[in-house]
Design a protein around this ligand. Structure first.
Ligand SMILES: Cc1cc2nc3c(=O)[nH]c(=O)nc-3n(C[C@H](O)[C@H](O)[C@H](O)COP(=O)(O)OP(=O)(O)OC[C@H]3O[C@@H](n4cnc5c(N)ncnc54)[C@H](O)[C@@H]3O)c2cc1C
Length: 445
């Protein structure tokens, strides 16, 4: 390992991973620091599944580039069927993938791009020179390291690096600072979704209104949202949810359940996160009992897997050069400095209640401007992934994995250009970033 890199990326989730790959492909020397022994962030560590969505609600694909290359490469090795109709109907398409194959591919693509890895490591301190980060000090069970860099990319999903450096961030909704609930996803094996499909066709009123139930005789069942009456009558009443949400897995009998929910916890406070992990495991047990006893096709099923950590939907966001507004997202606003696009609706899991607040994107897909990735007070820092500068509602749209990947590609591309030209990220011409992104097949139109 060297002492100094052009680009140092902290966090190897969808944002940080894509940033590292993109910067490496641009010829920068890149170090990717990740707390786990594998990459992928919430997709691998918290079993978040499926990816949704690469498309707008009308079915136009608005995210391409390296994110699509990942899907293509997974598909080529039988680890994703590609984009499939979303049978819940909140999206046109969603994208199933095999988590283990993604872990493998993530490492492979990082190494192909010449990215060096510092796994099992977290940033403990930063060294500042004026308004620049000059170095990050990491800790691991194997000791401490100091890593210098020209440009730093925060891919922690919670502005962890920015916060450590004293940069400006925001947390939660303006009303009370509360964030969306955490969820422990779990994988069930031995389930049979055929009885679920039949039940849906007989009882369409029990499911999310947009569900594609009339097409279930020809479409593979990908997602299920509902079982309202059964949930109301039999579910553990302490779980703050009003319905069951689950997805067909990649393997026969495999189902991913996204139904536990822990509210009123601060994701930046370790005591709260520990309490959430403990509460979520009790919920997994009780929610699974509900499925086994009351959902058709689950009587012979078993809990096959939980992740190394609870899924954290929302944490700190950057205060950047531009804050993407709710209006920008819902009206399909275009920006001259667009570096990614996103077509996923605004999807807020109620921070204190049981329900969902969903807002459609009336203007279709919208642009994500470069300035929202750039710290306003740390001159050599970019954010990759969900923690960019945006309103709480815009966050609830761009937090999903494909958008985080596209933002990551943009952040890494800009970081490499910044290091190459000796210009701060805020001083880069966004046209140069766009030209480099389009050369790597990103979709910006
Ligand atoms: C319960 C739940 C359900 C979701 N459902 C969906 C869905 O159905 N479809 C979808 O597409 N998206 C979904 N999402 C959203 C999506 O998973 C995340 O928003 C996305 O993974 C964010 O990507 P990221 O790279 O910004 O952050 P993360 O995925 O959080 O990755 C951050 C990475 O940084 C590492 N890290 C953090 N801090 C440090 C540190 N200090 N030092 C070193 N490493 C660090 C972490 O270990 C992690 O690998 C869901 C999320 C949750 C929690």
């Amino acid at each position: 390992m060297r002492e100094s890199y052009d680009v140092v990326v902290l966090g190897g989730g969808p944002g940080g991973l894509l940033a590292a790959i993109a910067a490496g492909r641009m010829g920068a020397s890149v170090l990717l620091i990740e707390r786990y022994g594998f990459l992928g962030g919430m997709s691998t560590a918290a079993l978040v599944y499926p990816w949704m969505t690469f498309h707008d609600i009308e079915g136009h694909q608005v995210i391409q580039g390296i994110p699509q290359e990942i899907v293509d490469r997974l598909q080529a090795r039988g680890a994703s069927p590609g984009h499939m109709w979303d049978t819940i109907g909140v999206n046109s398409y969603l994208t199933p993938f095999d988590k283990e194959a993604f872990k493998d591919l993530a490492l492979e693509m990082a190494q192909e791009a010449g990215v060096e890895l510092l796994l099992h490591s977290v940033a403990a301190e930063v060294r500042l020179q004026g308004d620049r980060i000059s170095a990050v000090e990491t800790v691991s069970p194997y000791g401490r390291r100091t890593v210098h860099g020209k440009v730093f990319v925060d891919g922690t999903g919670d502005c962890g690096l920015v916060a450590l450096a004293g940069g400006a961030t925001v947390l939660g909704r303006p009303l009370d600072g509360k964030v969306q609930p955490m969820t422990m996803m779990f994988v069930v094996g031995g389930a049979d979704l055929e009885p679920v499909r039949q039940y849906m066709m007989l009882h369409p009123e029990e499911f999310w209104p947009a569900s594609r139930i009339s097409q279930l005789d020809k479409l593979p069942l990908t997602g299920i949202s509902g079982f309202y009456s059964a949930w109301k009558q039999y579910a553990p009443s302490y779980v703050p949810r009003d319905h069951a949400l689950f997805f067909a897995g990649m393997r026969p009998g495999q189902v991913l359940i996204n139904t536990t929910r822990v509210i009123n916890k601060d994701p930046t406070n370790v005591e709260d996160v520990v309490a959430a992990e403990i509460e979520a495991r009790v919920q997994v047990r009780d929610v699974f009992d509900f499925f086994r006893q009351h959902i058709p096709g689950f009587s012979q099923s078993f809990v096959a897997e939980t992740g190394p950590q609870i899924g954290v939907r929302e944490s700190r966001r950057l205060a950047g050069l531009y804050t993407l507004s709710t209006d920008d997202a819902t009206t399909g606003r275009r920006f001259d400095d667009v570096v990614a696009r996103n077509g996923y609706m605004i999807d807020i899991h109620d921070p204190t209640g049981k329900g969902l607040i969903n807002l459609e994107l009336q203007g279709g897909a919208y642009d994500i401007p470069y300035r929202s990735l750039v710290s306003k007070d740390l001159s050599n820092v970019l954010v990759a992934g969900r923690a960019i500068s945006c309103s709480i509602e815009a966050f609830a749209s761009l937090r999903t994995t494909p958008a985080c990947m596209a933002i990551g590609q943009a952040a890494g591309t800009a970081a490499a250009l910044s290091a190459r030209h000796g210009v701060s990220p805020g001083g880069l011409d966004s046209k140069d970033v766009q030209t480099a992104l389009v050369a790597e097949k990103a979709f910006l139109r």
